[in-house]
Design a protein around this ligand. Structure first.
Ligand code: G16
Length: 551
């Protein structure tokens, strides 16, 4: 145990509030250079501690995805946690912890809360993005009432408390003293790997890999999941070295964009569409909570992935007893709704943001949940979990001994196919984007009962949600237009961007007839995309001819 002494001075540093510290869909995300301003990070952290406290005598979990500024921020937060009276801080080795691993540690070690340093899938590096998010004692993101209270506190803050102390060495697991606080440097993978052991039949998956007949490639995108994937996939499951691509976490993610989709996971996609493609391709994002699943020349939409996992859950030991219910965010396709109906279990529709699943999971109302934005998770944690989703797929593949595409096509044949696509218009002028949404909102009453593309509009509203567990109410969560044949268009502004505004348009069309399941989504959704543009005047209002990213 190293000991920089118990009597280190605590400084109370005068500061002035910043007005822009309102957490978005998932914490506070800004450009790195904003976080580098004097007092910026400190103000927000103090606002968190003031809001969630008293913190004296409590345990805090701390870690991040290793992006640029992670190392600096971790040391500042350790000193502030000590000055504010936390009894113990569990920090990942080198300041690294994936988002699901933070959730896991909070729950397993019964911590009071945790801080995740990440801007998720947003690019890193000095010109990139940084972020900070607070998770509560259930291991999940702080609910909206808490994030709003943090925001209010950030606008009135006048000082923060920090210990004067040198940086702690975080390169090896071990225990240190920082003033009165115990800082435990933990291996980032251990607790998480133990939890995966409890949920999955890892021996069956190991047998799947044995003999080299089954091959996979996992792209860690030079982000946080590298060490997790090396240990679990190549270590525990015996997949050959080289299964994990880009496995070393780098502060700028190797210059890449750590977003697991067909646009940014280029090398992985090339492998899966190339000669001798592996049987499974998968990727995770910056902080390890997202996942993408691919078969040879086959992309599984996140919405379909959730539905397939729900339909096959009882094949996996951790879920063999069945599901209590499922949940999806509103813009996510309704594929999982059909599985829930067949199983006779409830299906909840929540606003975008993992925090909205927390109460449902805590109350035992749902076991699995997911989002179109490449997030899937379950009641094992209170965050979405990228590698968990990959292990779930592997477990299903090990039991069914069929290919990814075959499993999904059989699923469509049984439940029908939900053609689905999301079109993102990034970096728009914020005022213009808000004007577009406002104009749509004004049109809603007139849209109801109107005909679009020859079908009647069955529903046109601005999504609002009342949490069935605690009654909390949220409004303005996205405009949805539902047509009589089940087709749906949803419009929202993203709550995670750091530059201008991102307009997301979600398109979905249901096709029950297996003879028509072979279309390309672009083809199947072309008419709906044209309608979406006509209704909102996207091209005219944004000056954009086409979306920047299609997923
Ligand atoms: C976060 C949230 C997700 C949300 C996603 C996109 O994910 O946790 O619930 O679906 O952002 O949100 P938006 O559409 O507002 O940009 P992550 O992986 O970025 O933390």
């Amino acid at each position: 145990m190293s000991d920089p002494g118990d009597s280190l001075p605590i400084r109370t540093v005068p500061t002035r509030p910043f007005q822009d510290q309102r957490p978005g869909t998932s914490g506070l995300r800004k450009k790195v250079r904003l976080f580098q301003q004097p007092h910026y990070l400190e103000n927000f952290v103090q606002a968190v501690f003031d809001t969630v406290g008293p913190v004296q005598g409590r345990t805090l979990v701390l870690g991040g995805d290793g992006r640029y500024h992670n190392d600096v921020a971790v040391q500042v937060i350790l000193r502030m946690a000590a000055a504010n009276g936390f009894a113990r801080v569990l920090v990942g080795r080198d300041g690294l912890l994936s988002t699901p691993a933070v959730s896991c540690l909070i729950r397993r070690r019964k911590a009071f809360g945790g801080i995740v340093l990440s801007a998720s899938h947003n690019p890193g590096g000095p010109e990139g993005d940084f972020g900070i998010k607070y998770n509560v004692a259930n291991g999940g993101p702080a609910p909206e009432a808490v994030t709003e209270a943090i925001y209010r506190r950030s606008r009135e803050i006048r000082s923060y408390r920090i210990l004067e102390a040198p940086d702690l060495p975080l390169g090896e697991p071990g225990v240190h003293r920082l003033g009165e606080t115990t800082v435990e440097v933990v291996d980032p993978v251990d607790d998480y790997a133990a939890l995966m052991e409890e949920l999955f039949d890892l021996d069956a998956i190991r047998a799947l890999f044995a003999g080299g007949r089954f091959r996979m490639v996992y792209d860690a995108m030079h982000a946080v999941t590298g060490p997790y994937a090396h240990r679990i996939l190549e270590g525990r499951l015996g997949a050959p070295p080289g299964t994990v691509l880009h496995g070393r976490p780098l502060p700028d993610f190797g210059g890449g964009h750590p977003d697991p989709n067909l646009t940014y996971a280029r090398e992985l996609v090339a492998r899966l569409w190339g000669e001798e493609a592996p049987d499974l391709g998968a990727a995770s994002d910056g902080d390890g909570d997202r996942n993408m699943i691919l078969g040879p020349r086959f992309f599984v939409t996140p919405s379909d992935s959730l539905a397939v996992l729900a339909a096959n859950a009882t094949l996996v030991p951790g879920y063999a007893r069945g599901l209590s219910g499922v949940a999806r965010s509103m813009p996510t396709s309704r594929a999982v709704d059909r599985v829930a109906a067949a199983l006779g279990i409830p299906c909840y529709e929540t606003p975008t943001g993992w925090k909205f699943f927390g109460n449902l999971l805590d109350a035992g109302r749902v076991t699995l949940c997911g989002e179109e934005s490449f997030g899937t998770g379950s009641d094992h944690l209170r965050e979405k979990d990228g590698l968990w989703a990959v292990l779930f797929w592997l477990n299903v593949l090990a039991v069914r001994r069929q290919g990814v595409a075959e499993i999904v096509r059989e699923h469509w044949a049984r439940y029908g196919r939900h053609y689905y696509s999301r079109h993102d218009y990034e970096g728009l002028d914020r005022e213009r984007a808000e004007a577009l949404m406002e104009a749509l909102r004004k049109r809603l009453p007139a849209l109801r009962g109107e005909r679009l593309g020859g079908r009647e509009v069955e529903l046109a509203d601005d999504f609002a949600y009342t949490d069935p567990v605690d009654g909390s109410h949220t409004e303005g969560q996205g405009i949805r237009i539902l047509l009589e044949d089940g087709a749906r268009i949803v419009y929202r502004l993203s709550g995670t961007g750091t530059e201008g505004a991102t307009l997301r348009v979600y398109l979905e069309r249901y096709e029950p007839d297996p003879a028509r399941h072979g279309l390309e989504p672009r083809e199947a959704l072309a008419e709906l995309a044209a309608l979406a543009d006509a209704v909102a005047g996207i091209r005219e209002r944004t000056g954009r001819e086409r979306p920047d990213v299609v997923t």
